[in-house]
Design a protein around this ligand. Structure first.
Ligand SMILES: NC(=O)c1ccc[n+]([C@@H]2O[C@H](COP(=O)([O-])OP(=O)(O)OC[C@H]3O[C@@H](n4cnc5c(N)ncnc54)[C@H](O)[C@@H]3O)[C@@H](O)[C@H]2O)c1
Length: 373
């Protein structure tokens, strides 16, 4: 392994930071994590110890002064992505920003502009573009297996996030649609060759978690693309039984279905339970479906390795800030649609002063809160 690997700093030390650090270890040839920054005392040090990361910071701005770091990944709450991106760009380092790109369309535009101004890459952490099973579906589609595709579906569901800030709409920007729908919108857009999104229709509600959040925990979204195809994106923070992530593709000449976890899982029964099954599994007792090579099956190691190669000019980024911005525009249109009860055409300009997508649902005339007492 050369000494010339891309040196990476990670911002954040919890869920996604752990996945990133583990992913760089799974594919260690192109990049090495040399630093980690996170404000809560002890957390960054704990992650550093787990993965043998030499440098630890509590203020990410201090980490950005490290001259040898070339690429910085953002695994911090959504509300911080824009400022962090601008700071990383100003420090002359390439950026990997986790999804969703930002809280507002304006922030997303500023992030892209800042990266351009400072001559660095803004890469967008959408691992579904790298998920082996979904990539196989795309390769078959591109080879003509399904003829002209008219419908693409993606859904991601679980019983809600692992960390408190997700429930606070001022830090997350929205609920299941913002958190998980960003994956589905990106997936359909990418699968259909980045055909522009023409309209967005969305319905959402809060059914299971009204006690702890203003955010929607169920959403259904229909996207119309310029090439005539339709995308359907279903999301939930109210789905019992752990993580569910799947796609369906329908064309004039064929169809394919893929369930991200099943098929990489061992149907298992255990009276005693056993360590770890898979992301967000509520238990390891009784019937469970532990996934082997989980991160590889998500595509995160492949994604981050690709980004490290992009940082060295060896590849061209397959997931960019511009992709993230398209998703932001569709998210805003989706929340507006759910708030107004009508299909919204893109480009959609939210009213001035709107600080986060969910405001358009919360303040809209239509609001479905079936389970509200
Ligand atoms: N691609 C995916 O599938 C995926 C999965 C999970 C999370 N994410 C995204 O990753 C981001 C982080 O989510 P998470 O699940 O890791 O959340 P988390 O709560 O597990 O971790 C957040 C981290 O951010 C750190 N942080 C908070 N304020 C900070 C600051 N001012 N400076 C530096 N660090 C700060 C916290 O200390 C913590 O370490 C979110 O944008 C989320 O949407 C993406």
């Amino acid at each position: 392994m050369g000494h010339d690997r891309v040196k990476v700093g990670i911002i954040g030390s919890q869920f996604q930071a752990d996945i990133q650090a583990a992913s760089f270890q799974i594919m260690p040839h192109e990049a090495e994590v040399v630093a980690i920054a996170s404000p809560t005392p002890g957390n960054a040090a704990a992650l550093a110890k787990k993965f043998g990361i030499p440098r630890v910071f509590t203020d990410y701005r201090e980490m950005l002064k490290e001259r040898d770091i070339e690429m910085v990944t953002i695994a911090a709450p959504n509300s911080l992505h824009a400022q962090m991106t601008k700071d990383i760009a100003a420090a002359g380092k390439h950026i990997v920003c986790e999804k969703p790109l930002a809280m507002t369309i304006g922030e997303g535009e500023e992030m892209i502009a800042a990266a351009k101004r400072h001559g660095v890459l803004l890469m967008y952490g959408e691992e579904l573009f790298f998920t082996p099973k979904y990539l196989k579906a795309k390769e078959m589609a591109d080879a003509g297996a399904f003829g002209k595709i008219h419908l693409v579906k993606q859904s991601e569901k679980h019983f809600g996030p692992h960390s408190p800030w997700f429930w606070d709409v001022n830090r997350s920007g929205g609920g299941a649609f913002m958190d998980l729908g960003c994956h589905g919108i990106a997936f359909c857009y990418w699968f259909l060759g980045r055909s522009p999104i023409k309209t967005v229709y969305c319905q959402m509600g809060r059914y299971a978690h009204g006690d702890k959040t203003q955010a929607e925990d169920e959403s259904v979204c229909i996207l119309e693309f310029a090439n005539g195809a339709v995308g359907i994106v279903e999301n939930s923070w109210a789905r019992r039984g752990g993580m569910d992530d799947r796609i369906e593709v329908f064309g004039e000449a064929g169809v394919t279905y893929a369930n991200l976890h099943m098929g990489n899982a061992l149907p298992t029964f255990s009276e005693n339970g056993y360590g770890y099954a898979v992301e967000k599994a509520p238990t390891t007792k009784g019937w469970t479906y532990p996934v082997f090579e989980e991160l590889w099956n998500y595509g995160t190691p492949q994604e981050l390795t690709h980004f490290a190669r992009c940082a060295r000019g060896k590849e061209t980024s397959q997931a960019t800030g511009e992709d993230g911005l398209v998703v932001m525009q569709a998210l805003y249109a989706g929340y507006a649609s759910a708030g107004e009860g009508r299909k919204i055409a893109l480009p959609y300009q939210p009213p001035l002063g709107v600080k986060k997508p969910i405001d358009l649902w919360l303040s809209g005339p239509i609001r479905t809160e079936a389970a509200q007492p």
